[in-house]
Design a protein around this ligand. Structure first.
Ligand code: AMP
Ligand code: GLY
Length: 418
């Protein structure tokens, strides 16, 4: 079976790697991909907005199904365009992708579904904020409505900070159209987990829970990032798991069903566990990055067949390995605000053992030299029979690679007892 993966980062490399270990998969194609995937997949330099070229590639190479990695093409409607031409796709329709593409739509959906979430108002100007601020306590949370590549959430300790973020959004328009409207919402404190389910729009199968580490530096300090590292499975008590299923997952899927969304893919729910219980921070309509790097290695079956069935709208029961995984993100100097590109990387970046391997997120190869080519450069993945072993295996890799300004956290998964 031939498969096409769309995207070019760590998430897509993790998908490619998993498919490369599936007996059912004979050929993996990726567009546009990156140099780090070229060992396992055939990369096609096609822009993800060039639907016709992608469709022609699928037809010419007899692609059995497509997996869409990033959110942007999903929000733009790529899954509908491919399905219209008879191509099977893992990925929700454009209508459904509004769950990630519009924070306002997602909030209305959550309220209609009756899932717990922070109270909010919709704001579109500095004046709107002034009018509504008394309804909230600091810290204030301001979220741009549209896609903002991880830069759309402002957590403001004071009113001054909030007003300055509002000016950036509504007057300086730093996020363009994505920041035309926004949510001002209640701050929730607690700890976060990433809950990913596969869904066919009718029912769902939960994947092992993962924990991301969003802040740049050890002990959760520094700016928010796209994710500096993950561990899985995150073991939580059965009561909390049940509460999440009943109060969040089932009503969300029921609402998707009521909306009659064409949804064959992943629903990734960012959940904050607060003292009052679990509450939804956000929906994503694609695999988490770097969550999927630690989830896929735990799946104990052929992921080619699993995803093909998903594209057909069939959900398999999934068997998981009794193993642990850890992914440590190695980021470029200046990440997350202004990552430095084209810095030479030293060390065995193509290393790929069963217990430890690199996932390439932002690398490029020129002649035989590997260079940084994005904010998150590499993911060092460790697999083990205990969390500690998985961490040790991941960190054994980080010691072997270096470049000027390289940054990674030393405490990924360190606080978890089991
Ligand atoms: P989001 O893109 O909505 O997940 O937001 C990115 C990050 O901002 C989350 O992972 C949280 O760490 C933080 N965040 C978002 N919403 C809230 C909230 N209402 N209260 C506290 N933290 C939040
Ligand atoms: N790791 C968070 C995300 O993929 O959105």
């Amino acid at each position: 079976m031939k498969v096409l993966v769309l995207g070019s980062g760590g998430r897509e490399h993790a998908l490619v790697k998993s498919l490369s270990q599936s007996k059912s998969v004979s050929e993996i194609h990726v567009a546009p991909g990156n140099d780090g995937m070229a060992k396992e997949a055939l990369c096609h330099n096609i822009d993800l907005k060039n639907y016709e070229a992608l469709i022609q590639l699928c037809l010419r190479t007899e692609i059995e199904f497509v997996i869409v990695g990033p959110e942007e093409p999903l929000v733009d409607g790529i899954a509908d365009r491919l399905r219209d031409r008879g191509i099977l796709v893992v990925g929700p329709s454009r209508d459904a992708a509004r769950l990630e593409g519009s924070k306002i739509f997602a909030k209305e959906f959550m309220n209609a579904a009756g899932v717990p979430t922070a109270k909010h108002v919709v704001v579109s100007s500095v004046l709107d904020i002034e009018r509504n601020i008394s309804r909230f306590q600091p810290p204030y949370v301001l979220k741009a409505d549209g896609l903002a590549a991880g830069k759309g959430v402002f957590i403001c300790k004071t009113k001054d900070e909030l007003m300055s973020a509002a000016q950036d959004l509504f007057e300086k328009k730093i996020l363009g159209g994505a920041g035309e409207n926004a949510l001002l919402e209640e701050f929730k404190s607690g700890w976060e987990l990433s809950y990913l389910v596969l869904t066919n729009g009718q029912t769902h199968t939960s994947l092992p829970l993962a924990q991301d580490h969003k802040r740049l530096s050890d002990n959760d300090i520094g700016p928010n990032t796209g994710g500096m590292g993950t561990v899985a499975p995150l073991k939580i008590d059965a009561k909390l798991q049940q509460e999440i299923e009943e109060k969040i997952i089932l009503p969300s899927i029921a609402r998707i069903r009521e909306e009659a969304f064409v949804y064959r893919g992943v629903l990734f729910i960012g959940i904050m566990i607060t003292e009052e219980g679990p509450t939804v921070l956000e929906y994503n309509v694609r695999f988490g990055d770097p969550e999927i790097q630690v989830i896929l290695p735990l799946i104990n079956q052929d992921t080619g067949l699993l995803f093909k069935d998903l594209a057909l709208g069939k959900l398999q029961n999934i068997a998981f390995k009794n193993m642990y995984t850890c992914c440590v993100i190695m980021a470029a100097e200046g990440y997350p605000s202004s990552p430095k590109k084209n810095v030479p990387i030293e060390g065995p970046v193509t290393k790929s053992d069963v217990s430890c391997y690199f996932i390439h997120a932002g690398t490029r190869r020129e002649n035989s030299q590997w260079l940084t080519h994005g904010g998150r450069v590499l993911g060092a993945v460790g697999v083990g029979s205990s969390r500690e072993e998985a961490r040790r295996n991941a960190y054994s890799l980080t010691e072997q690679v270096r470049w000027p300004g390289m940054q990674y956290r030393k405490d990924i998964g360190a606080k978890l007892k089991e």
